[in-house]
Design a protein around this ligand. Structure first.
Ligand SMILES: *Cc1c(COP(=O)(O)O)cnc(C)c1O
Length: 444
């Protein structure tokens, strides 16, 4: 059955919502989705999400719940835990976090007291909000120290070590939301050991690559691993926290601290439909095809990066080790690129670049990734095409320059957006994008 044919009740009972779900399904099918934090869950994962498991309250953990009637839910959660442990090679997994950010906050709850010091990668340097960025609760309730990337886009390890020695954090994060190179987990592990800190590896973006064998695993070096389940793991939106052998050696109570941090400290009942869908996704990730996909994701990202460079663009660090590419587009031009590409049927996001010369609201780069186009079956030749379209758009927007004043910017961008809607070059690319999407359907 096609993914659009599963909604007979909704179609009848709520035509408004039905209509927009169909519209969104069509958008995903007919455009190239290059946002690297997004993926496309399989029909089996989506079926599990749409099940009656959403009806059930199950506060607690398998075998120790607050409510009755959980004998089948227990089985599902145990399967999810077992598959997670097997995939990551760790002795313990909590599969209940509602998403990546709550998973990360639970790590703070488990390990720190308010005011304790934590270290993470700064947001404009590719780090995540939850690693102590100033707008996040993690810097409101904890003392946050931030480390950076160097001009060349690589992590500044001497800075990480110096800051760790100076501030003696209790918790250090490694992992990012916009970083294109392999993380030096081993070095981070040494630094954390030197200052007696816990090392948490946030693998939200790359967990699918790790379990697919296309990226080094942090398991031997970190005490804790967190991840989302909806990025390269190809599952439903959700999160997980894993404790490694090294973590249990440092603190034999670590897993029960994590369990208590999730419930009762932060969350109530787990989302059982989500747990089941995570189990299904992890089951898929255990299959050999998943490894083939993960490796192709990286090869496609490298091919896309090469095509951008051939088209005259500059990419951060000159390449990529993972599913993601960061391209420099000129001071403040990320927003022009994002909007123009949107009009051309290519979805990606504006992003800061190392030593960003503008504010994060008007960043100078774009971020893109290959997980979804690889699910569609596209390979290096298609990446060349996509890269040349992006480079064409780059040339088309080069004449636009972001004004300095705030009000002028708003007006300038309005003008820009109305102009690109009528731009023939972009409409031509849009037609070619549609044709490529039809050739490689997302949900055949
Ligand atoms: C996406 C992401 C998160 C947060 O996940 P949400 O599910 O959006 O809360 C956390 N850390 C990193 C590194 C991420 O990329």
């Amino acid at each position: 059955m096609k993914i659009t044919e599963r909604f007979e009740y909704l179609k009848k009972n709520d035509p408004d919502i039905y209509k927009w779900i169909m519209a969104e399904t069509d958008r995903q099918e007919t455009t190239l989705e290059l946002i690297p934090s997004e993926c496309a869950a399989s029909p089996a994962v989506i079926e599990a999400m749409g099940s009656v498991l959403t009806n059930k309250y199950s506060e607690g953990y398998p075998g120790r719940r607050y409510y009755g009637g959980n004998e089948f839910i227990d089985e599902i959660e145990k399967i999810a835990q077992e598959r997670a442990k097997k995939l990551f090679g760790v002795p313990y997994a909590n599969v209940q976090p509602y998403s990546g950010s709550p998973a990360n906050f639970a790590v703070y709850m488990a390990l720190l007291k308010p005011g304790d010091t934590v270290m993470g990668q700064a947001l404009p340097d590719g780090g995540h909000l939850t690693h102590g960025w100033k707008a996040s609760a993690t810097s409101i309730y904890f003392n946050s120290v931030q480390y950076h990337v160097k001009e060349d886009g690589y992590l500044d390890l001497p800075e990480v070590r110096a800051l760790a020695k100076k501030h003696s954090p209790k918790l250090i994060w490694v992992g990012a939301t916009a970083y294109v190179r392999e993380f030096p987990f081993e070095e981070f592990g040494k630094i954390a050991d030197e200052v007696g800190a816990y090392l948490a590896a946030d693998t939200a973006h790359i967990s699918g690559l790790i379990v697919g064998g296309a990226h080094k695993s942090p398991a031997p070096f970190a005490h804790i691993i967190t991840t989302t389940t909806h990025k390269t793991l190809r599952g439903p939106r959700g999160g997980m926290i894993l404790v490694t052998e090294k973590g249990l050696k440092k603190d034999p109570d670590l897993s029960s601290k994590i369990d208590q941090a999730i419930f009762p400290k932060l969350q109530g009942g787990p989302h059982n439909h989500q747990t089941a869908a995570i189990a299904v996704a992890l089951g898929e990730a255990l299959k050999p095809e998943f490894k083939v996909w993960a490796r192709q994701v990286v090869r496609n990202a490298q091919a896309l990066g090469e095509a951008l460079v051939e088209g005259g663009m500059i990419i951060v660090t000159g390449g990529t080790d993972n599913h993601m590419i960061l391209a420099e587009c000129g001071k403040g031009k990320g927003v022009f690129m994002q909007d123009a590409l949107d009009a051309a049927g290519i979805t990606l996001n504006k992003n800061t670049i190392p030593k960003e010369p503008e504010s994060p609201f008007y960043p100078s780069g774009i971020r893109m990734g290959t997980p979804i186009v690889t699910i569609r079956g596209m390979k290096e030749p298609e990446m060349k095409k996509i890269g040349s379209w992006i480079a064409r758009v780059y040339k088309a927007v080069s004449e636009y320059v972001l004004p300095e004043g705030k009000e002028e910017r708003t007006k300038y961008l309005e003008d820009f957006r109305s102009k690109i809607k009528k731009n023939d070059g972009l409409m031509k690319i849009r037609g070619e994008v549609n044709a490529l999407c039809r050739e490689f359907p997302l949900y055949p």
